[in-house]
Write a protein of this length. Structure first.
Length: 175
């Protein structure tokens, strides 16, 4: 009888769903960014310090390489802190957003609505959340949209892309 209750529990239900749809479980890429403020042209920016693709990798060597993949261990204090954040914080699960800026706007609006922030502080928080993000790419920290010096730029392709974009914008404005 106890075995039957165990088989009908939530873990069993999740396992059944996952096993029924093995192709619908894409790998998840997660990264941890740290807010840094340098007194140069970058100003406030987010710097990648870790990433997870099944295993954790941390940025090492003055931001020039990732460590060997290793299993992440959580402390009990971290789990209690997560529990408190989930209990007291704002959770938005059903939002259909298209950009990180939309996520920042939605989060700040929810915080203002619940009284965690005032309007002035919410504006400052949005600015910080929307600061540029630096990722470890080819042995150095760079913005994700930054081209490397050795990247070949096909001006004809860029011109064709601009023409296609202009054509799409024109079609949208006509509709």
């Amino acid at each position: 009888m106890n075995e039957y209750k165990f088989l009908q529990g939530p873990i069993h239900n999740v396992r059944q769903v996952l096993e029924a749809n093995p192709d619908s479980n894409p790998m998840l890429f997660t990264e941890m960014l740290e807010l840094a403020s340098l007194h140069d042209e970058l100003g406030n920016h987010w710097r990648q310090i870790s990433r997870w693709i099944r295993y954790e990798q941390t940025v090492e060597g003055d931001g020039t390489r990732f460590s060997k993949p290793h299993i992440t261990l959580l402390s009990m204090v971290s789990l209690i802190q997560l529990k408190n954040c989930l209990r007291k914080g704002v959770i938005i699960l059903d939002a259909r957003l298209n950009s990180f800026a939309d996520v920042a706007d939605t989060m700040c609006a929810a915080w203002v609505e619940r009284g965690f922030l005032n309007d002035e502080t919410a504006f400052a928080v949005k600015e910080v959340l929307n600061s540029s993000k630096l990722h470890l790419i080819d042995g150095r920290m760079r913005r994700a949209d930054e081209r490397r010096r050795d990247d070949k730029v096909d001006l004809r392709q860029d011109a064709n892309d601009r023409k296609d974009k202009d054509r799409e914008d024109l079609e949208v404005s006509i509709l």
